[in-house]
Design a protein around this ligand. Structure first.
Ligand code: GAP
Length: 591
């Protein structure tokens, strides 16, 4: 069984995606753009197969759901009414040393010794004053009567380490209150050179939990980080002043990468701003949509009228969404530009909770039908404190990615919140009229909201496998194979003439390509040994391979004329199939 989380597996997947043309970094030749990805020839096919299947299952195979395709740019009032302008935020913190930004709620907890500092001063000036202390009568500064007590407080037997090579060091202050006052005075008088009195703290990451050993040789990691902090604030060769040491358990205040203190959390709105028209001011401001759902709510009345549906009924949409994520990560998993497949299923208040469970089951079935193993899917019942205040129930459908268990889709009972908000803000009725009871009311809604890119990533992670297969000479070798469900596979069938220099075989193979191409995505390949050609298709997940050989031409056995070898990717089993039956056989597997 594979390790979990399994970073090696993920690295192999990312590399395969690039090598075989599934997913590339956006703007790669310019160094990329963080959080944006391009889908190559195979990636786009996989993505289309997923979206088409979702549309088929959600819209075409049902009487109670219709589709729509809304605009990405919408009136800013939509985002005010929906609450996104005020509350679509993540708490963000910055590392005070590297400047790296993190989502506060995603910081890994750290335990360790925390060293507190009151400031830093210049190594050269400090050393000079320390040397002058030996003959104070010859020093202009030491001779100043009123400075004497302050200088002695700092320079008499300082406990710490000074490193001549890096021209830096640390001093432990034994009487932080009085000594800090003295430092303040000396710094104000310009006696200590470039200095800073900004407080700072750093955690000694990975240190001994029992005790903190002030290192006499070199300096502790927390101290090095503090020196970097003060360097950034103008103290080129810092001696840092440590005032205290405390143990912190399960803290989220420090950068897990270097131990530096982080800023206090601040709200960061995730919507990308843009301007509509020629002026760039508040009056023309709007946002790239952060979810597709709002277009559905805003068009609810129009669609209700034209589709003449009765409750419960749904409106489905697939489209781009944009979020200025603080930390895009895990390949395409958390991107700044991505696609969603969203369904808003409108109902009466009393039906909401039942439909929530119904849609959870439907969605789990969907994932199984595209080849994701049930045991790798998990329905997390989101607890009250994590749920949006208006939601009466939410499930996260999670998948065991190689980097951990993460959300694929949210299924939420959002009550009548969205429609009520838009009704109140726009002043237009978004009520439903029930012909039977003659009542008017704002419908409630259950929303299964899935990510296209996350599901594509799950499909690739699920499909990735390595097994053993014989090479041309029968020797076993590692075979890399993407075991996509045939329904999702980017290319459904490879077609190969056994020999490229045999005109008859080539012509027959091309005839078969012409026969199959109207029904499915085909790849024709005549180069290299047949085993190599199979391997190339295995690696991109093509479920079937058709080989035209001499039997096809009836050369060995007349009964086999116009039959081909059909090879199945996973079992590598081969069977003879009549060319006339090929399309039907394959279509049964891929639809
Ligand atoms: N309308 C509800 C809504 O947008 P969400 O949980 O914020 O809910 C729904 O998003 C789905 O969209 C997620 O489950 C995920 O699959 C996808 N998604 C959200 N943010 C994403 C991101 N930054 N990158 C990729 N997919 C994302």
């Amino acid at each position: 069984m594979s390790k979990f989380p399994d970073s090696q597996r993920m690295e192999k997947i990312v590399s395969l995606c690039k090598r075989r043309g599934f997913i590339f970094q956006s703007s790669e030749i310019y160094g990329g753009l963080n959080g944006a990805w391009d889908y190559g020839p195979l990636g786009v096919e996989l993505k289309r197969n997923l979206k088409n299947y979702w549309w088929r299952v959600i819209v075409h195979e049902r009487d109670d759901i219709v589709g729509m395709d809304g605009s990405i740019l919408m009136n800013r009032s939509v985002w005010k009414a929906s609450g996104h302008e005020d509350t679509f935020t993540d708490p963000m913190v910055d590392c005070l040393v590297s400047g790296k930004r993190f989502r506060a709620d995603q910081i890994d907890e750290q335990s360790g010794w925390v060293v507190n500092f009151v400031g830093a001063t210049d190594f050269e000036a400090f050393q000079k004053l320390q040397q002058e202390q030996e003959a104070p009568e010859r020093s202009r500064i030491w001779s100043e009567i009123e400075l004497g007590p302050h200088l002695r407080r700092i320079f008499t037997n300082p406990s710490g380490t000074f490193d001549l090579n890096s021209r830096s060091g640390y001093v432990q202050l034994s009487d932080p209150v009085e000594q800090t006052k003295s430092l303040e005075l000396l710094i104000k008088r310009g006696i200590l050179g470039a200095s800073s009195l900004q407080p700072f703290s750093a955690m000694e990451i990975g240190g001994d939990p029992k005790s903190f050993k002030w290192s006499s040789r070199g300096v502790n990691r927390a101290i090095r980080v503090a020196q970097d902090f003060y360097r950034k604030r103008g103290v080129r060769n810092p001696i840092v002043f440590a005032v205290g040491l405390e143990r912190e358990e399960h803290s989220k205040r420090f950068n897990p990468e270097n131990g530096s203190l982080l800023t206090e959390p601040r709200s960061f709105n995730l919507m990308f701003k843009t301007f509509v028209g020629a002026t760039e001011d508040e009056s023309s401001l709007t946002y790239l949509r952060p979810e597709t759902a709002q277009a559905i709510f805003v068009q609810f009345k129009n669609i209700l009228e034209v589709s003449r549906r009765k409750l419960p009924f749904g409106i489905a949409q697939i489209g781009k969404a944009f979020r200025n994520e603080i930390n895009p990560r895990n390949f395409t998993f958390r991107s700044r530009e991505f696609e969603q497949m969203e369904l808003e299923y409108f109902c009466r208040a009393g039906e909401g909770m039942k439909l929530l469970d119904y849609w959870l089951e439907e969605r789990l079935k969907f994932y199984e039908n595209i080849g994701i193993a049930r045991e790798k899917l998990h329905a997390r019942n989101v607890p009250d404190e994590e749920r949006a205040f208006y939601s009466k129930g939410t499930y996260d459908i999670e998948y065991d990615f190689p980097f951990g268990r993460q959300e694929l889709e949210g299924v939420a009972y959002r009550t009548d919140y969205d429609l009520s908000q838009h009704q109140n803000a726009s002043g237009k009725s978004l009520e439903y009229f029930d012909e039977e009871t003659k009542q008017r009311f704002v419908p409630h809604v259950v929303e299964p909201s899935a990510g296209v890119d996350r599901t594509v990533l799950a499909l690739i992670c699920e499909a990735y496998s390595e097994d053993e297969a014989p090479d041309e000479k029968g020797k076993m070798e590692t075979r890399l194979v993407l075991r996509f469900h045939p329904r999702m596979a980017p290319i459904k069938c490879g077609v190969f003439p056994l020999l490229r220099n045999n005109a008859q075989l080539v012509a027959k193979a091309k005839e078969i390509v012409g026969l199959l191409r109207p029904h499915m995505n085909i790849f024709y390949d005549e180069s290299g040994a047949i085993g190599r050609r199979y391997r190339r298709q295995d690696e991109i997940g093509t479920p079937f391979g058709v080989t035209v050989d001499f039997e096809t031409m009836g050369e060995k056995d007349a009964a086999l004329r116009d039959t081909v070898t059909l090879r199945e990717r996973d079992s590598m089993k081969q069977e003879r199939v009549a060319i006339n039956d090929l399309a039907g056989t394959l279509l049964a597997e891929i639809t």
